[in-house]
Design a protein around this ligand. Structure first.
Ligand SMILES: *[C@@H]1O[C@H](CO)[C@@H](O)[C@H](O)[C@H]1NC(C)=O
Ligand SMILES: *[C@@H]1O[C@H](CO)[C@@H](O)[C@H](O)[C@H]1NC(C)=O
Ligand SMILES: *[C@@H]1O[C@H](CO)[C@@H](O)[C@H](O)[C@H]1NC(C)=O
Ligand SMILES: *[C@@H]1O[C@H](CO)[C@@H](O)[C@H](O)[C@H]1NC(C)=O
Ligand SMILES: CC(=O)N[C@H]1CO[C@H](CO)[C@@H](O)[C@@H]1O
Length: 240
C-alpha cells in the first residue's frame, strides 16, 4: 500500500474508532469492521465523495441493493434492511441500526460520477454476538498426601472464542482445559477462565479450599464434580 493509502487508513481508523467499534483492521482499500450484534453501525469511507456524483448505491451483496440515491432522492429497496438503514447522501455514509449476525457481508458502495465512470468501495462487516458466560466443569481426584489433581474444563456452546486460564499457574494457559495438581496449601486457590472474541469477554472463576473442596465460584452456571477414589494406579498415572 502506498503512503496515501496508509493515510486514508489512519484517517478511517480515527474516524471510526469513536463509533463504539471494538475492532477494526484494514487491508488495502477493503475495510474490515468487527462489531457486536445489536449495535448501531456507520459504514463510511475515509475520503470525500466525487463532486456532483450522479448516483450512489449501497449493496449488501452484488445483487442486493439496499438504497440508491439518484436525482436528489433516496430509494430504499425491499430488503431485510428496510426501516433499519439511513443514507447520508453528503458523505455516502450508511447508518445501520441493530445489526444482526445475518448482516455480516462485504458491503459495496458504488458511485456513478458526472463523467459516466463508476467508482466502488468495499467494507467487510463482521457481526459477532458477545460471548456467553463460561461454564466450568470440574473433575478432581484426591491423591495421596493431600495432592489434588484437577481437570477444569471451560465450556462455551458452539462459539469461536479464545480461552485463557489465570490462577496460580507457572504461566497463563491458552486452552479450554486446565490440568493441574494442587499441592497441599493453606489458602484457597482460585482459577479463572476468560473466554473472549474480538467484541467481548467473560470470566468464570472457581476456588478450592484445602485440601480440595470447591469453595467459591463466580460466573459458573453449573458444576459437575467427580470425586474419584484414590488408588495407587491413578497416582502412578498422574505423576508420570
Ligand atoms: C441505535 O439507533 C436507534 C435509532 O436508530 C436508537 O434508538 C438507539 O438508542 C441506538 N442504540 C445505540 C446503542 O446507540
Ligand atoms: C464520512 O466520511 C466523510 C469523509 O471523511 C466525513 O466528512 C463524514 O463526516 C463522515 N460521516 C460520518 C457519518 O461519519
Ligand atoms: C484468538 O487469538 C488469536 C491470537 O491473539 C487471534 O488471532 C484470533 O483472532 C482470536 N480469536 C478469536 C475468536 O477472538
Ligand atoms: C477476568 O479475569 C482476568 C484475570 O483475573 C482479569 O484480568 C479481567 O479483568 C477479568 N475480566 C472481567 C470482565 O471480570
Ligand atoms: C463476509 C462474511 O463474514 N460473511 C460470512 C457471514 O456469515 C456466514 C454464516 O455465518 C458466513 O458463511 C459468511 O462467510
Amino acid at each position: 500500500m502506498d503512503s496515501r493509502g496508509w493515510n486514508r487508513c489512519l484517517a478511517l481508523e480515527l474516524l471510526l474508532l469513536p463509533l463504539s467499534l471494538l475492532a477494526i483492521s484494514i487491508q488495502g482499500y477493503l475495510v474490515h469492521m468487527t462489531v457486536v450484534s445489536s449495535s448501531n453501525v456507520t459504514l463510511n469511507i475515509s475520503e470525500s465523495l466525487p463532486e456532483n456524483y450522479k448516483q450512489l448505491t449501497w449493496f449488501y451483496t452484488f445483487d442486493q441493493k439496499i438504497v440508491e440515491w439518484d436525482s436528489g432522492k433516496s430509494k430504499y429497496f425491499e430488503s431485510k434492511f428496510k426501516g433499519r438503514v439511513r443514507l447520508d447522501p453528503q458523505s455516502g455514509a450508511l447508518y445501520i441500526s441493530k445489526v444482526q449476525k445475518e448482516d455480516n457481508s462485504t458491503y459495496i458502495m458504488r458511485v456513478l460520477k458526472k463523467n459516466g465512470n463508476e467508482q466502488e468501495w468495499k467494507i467487510k462487516l463482521q457481526v459477532l454476538d458477545p460471548v456467553p458466560k463460561p461454564v466450568i466443569e470440574i473433575e478432581k481426584r484426591e491423591v495421596v498426601d493431600d495432592n489434588c489433581y484437577l481437570k477444569l474444563s471451560c465450556l462455551i456452546p458452539g462459539e469461536s472464542v479464545n480461552y485463557t486460564w489465570y490462577g496460580e499457574l507457572p504461566k497463563e494457559i491458552q486452552n479450554s482445559v486446565l490440568e493441574t495438581t494442587l499441592k497441599p496449601h493453606k489458602h484457597s486457590r482460585c482459577y479463572t477462565c476468560q473466554v473472549s472474541n474480538s467484541v467481548s469477554s467473560e470470566n468464570g472463576t472457581v476456588c478450592f479450599s484445602p485440601p480440595c473442596t470447591v469453595a467459591r465460584s463466580f460466573g459458573v452456571e453449573w458444576i459437575a464434580s467427580w470425586l474419584v477414589v484414590t488408588v495407587p494406579t491413578i497416582l502412578g498415572l498422574l505423576l508420570t
